[in-house]
Design a protein around this ligand. Sequence first.
Ligand code: FES
Length: 300
Amino acid sequence: MSTQVTEQEQEAEETVEEAVSETETEAVGAARAAQVDYGYMEEKAEQEVRDAETTVKLKVFRYDPEVKGKQEPRFDTFTVPFHKGMTVLDALMYARDHYDSSLTFRHSCRQAVCGSDALFVNGRQRLGCKTQLADLKDSDGPPGTVTIEPLPHSDVVKDLVVDMQHFYDQMEAVEPYFQTDDYPKGELEEQRQSRENREKIKMSTRCIWCSACMSSCNIAAGDNEYLGPAAINKAYRFAMDEREGESQKQRRLEIIEQEHGVWRCQTQFSCTEVCPKDIPLTEHIQELKREAVKSNLKFW
Ligand code: FES
């Protein structure tokens, strides 16, 4: 019995060893194949750069706290062939796919909807997918150089990726969801909104949570507890929605009136200038200030 068990164990061990060695061989093979592909892609890029009528140099911020030798922030330069209609995100993807697969940045929709690729391009917050390379003026670099950095005033996780947690916390603080005490009476009855009211809040609903405004705001940079333009705009979107009702509006005004709320805004307009969805953020903040004052007026 015990001899049988030993034989079985030995067989099992051999099978495992074979499987491991097969897996290792496959892994090594895949790595080699990837290397070959990677080399091929780089050669292809060099050829495309030589053939291209115009090229663009990307000066990209790099930082990887987890890899030895890459912990010091630095800039890497990639030359990419330019074509009409090329966006900053297209160029970054070209650099990643042809030169350095470890180049890290966020993106998803590629049509200015998801808000994940807000970057600091030539000294200004912009969405990578919405920014045409052709529209960029040269900054301090040589002609054709575009400098791409992560959003300022945020902790960098890796390369162009920043930690968005603080921004999400500020958004969460204003309860960014519809709340009402006044439900329709019938089960299938719609909660109707007037055209005028819809028009009033229309722009505020366009926020895509990209954090470009927050990153551009000097006040937010100096006061970590400041709600920030995006969160206040979100509060505006609901406070001004007639379907929420007066008591909810009052409650929302109390949230944004707090010490680190609307009164911190110094009307610098930087948020409005960089918003990729053209939301008049400063105007919304000012309007909420007026609403807050009105709601606190007492007539004896
Ligand atoms: Fe979604 Fe740019 S990738 S906003």
